[in-house]
Write a protein that binds this ligand. Structure first.
Ligand SMILES: [Ca+2]
Ligand SMILES: [Ca+2]
Length: 224
């Protein structure tokens, strides 16, 4: 009997250890529930989008009238140190509406890429008129390469996705510690579920700071 309990404890510990070492961290975020929404980035409706909404800097396909303006910012609590990749659920009509600026602190510096135009932070979005997943890359002069971010410790991080070419659309973001996957199917990407949205909103309430609370108030109004 004593041994029975002993083995059950060992098995339980082994099981949790195995799960702990093999499971990827996966966080699904709704773009329109971002902690900060900076105009002219705005929330728009599309019944094909996750939860019926997405964010964009409104524009015509070849408009370029409001490039390099507006952003969404997500405060993401990552549960463990390590490398991470990001996927965006997007629409990019054409070559004039297919890019964003992306920084994720503290792995990236506190740099306003819309001002510095630093190509390290330039995301070339794969084209498509229907919602599709694209792994966030950096579009350098040498080509376009998948990005990964390394965090030395768990905790609060700040992801900013800023407008580069107007009319590029962002519906949702998927955070994963699987940095090897190059196709969405391999990366186990998912659109946010009700549980994900609840976590995104309530996680914010727990961590809210003055600035975020204010922004959230106005965003909630816009979201209704
Ligand atoms: Ca372009
Ligand atoms: Ca959405």
């Amino acid at each position: 009997m004593k041994y029975g309990i002993f083995f059950m404890v060992v098995l339980t510990v082994l099981l949790f250890t195995t799960v702990g070492f093999t499971a990827d961290v996966e966080i699904a975020l709704e773009a329109e529930l971002a902690n900060v929404l900076q105009a002219p980035m705005e929330i728009a409706d599309d019944e094909q989008a996750s939860d019926g909404k997405y964010v964009w800097v409104e524009g015509e396909p070849a408009g370029h009238e409001r490039d390099h303006q507006g952003w969404v910012e997500f405060i993401i609590n990552i549960p463990e140190a390590g490398k991470y990749a990001l996927w965006g659920h997007v629409i990019a009509w054409d070559g004039n509406s297919d890019s964003f600026w992306v920084t994720w602190q503290p792995a990236d510096p506190n740099e306003n890429a819309q001002q510095t135009q630093n190509k390290q932070f330039r995301w070339s979005v794969v084209h498509g008129n229907n919602w599709h997943w694209d792994r966030i890359n950096h579009w350098l002069d040498e080509g376009t390469f998948d990005r990964e971010w390394e965090f030395d410790e768990p905790g609060e991080t700040v992801l900013r996705i800023g407008g580069r070419e107007d009319a590029t659309k962002l519906d949702a973001v998927f955070v994963t510690s699987d940095t090897d996957a190059v196709a969405a199917g391999q990366a186990n990407v998912r659109l946010p579920t009700d549980a994900d949205r609840k976590l995104q909103v309530e996680g914010l309430a727990v961590d809210a700071k003055g600035k975020v609370t204010t922004t959230w108030g106005s965003l909630k109004k816009a979201y209704k």
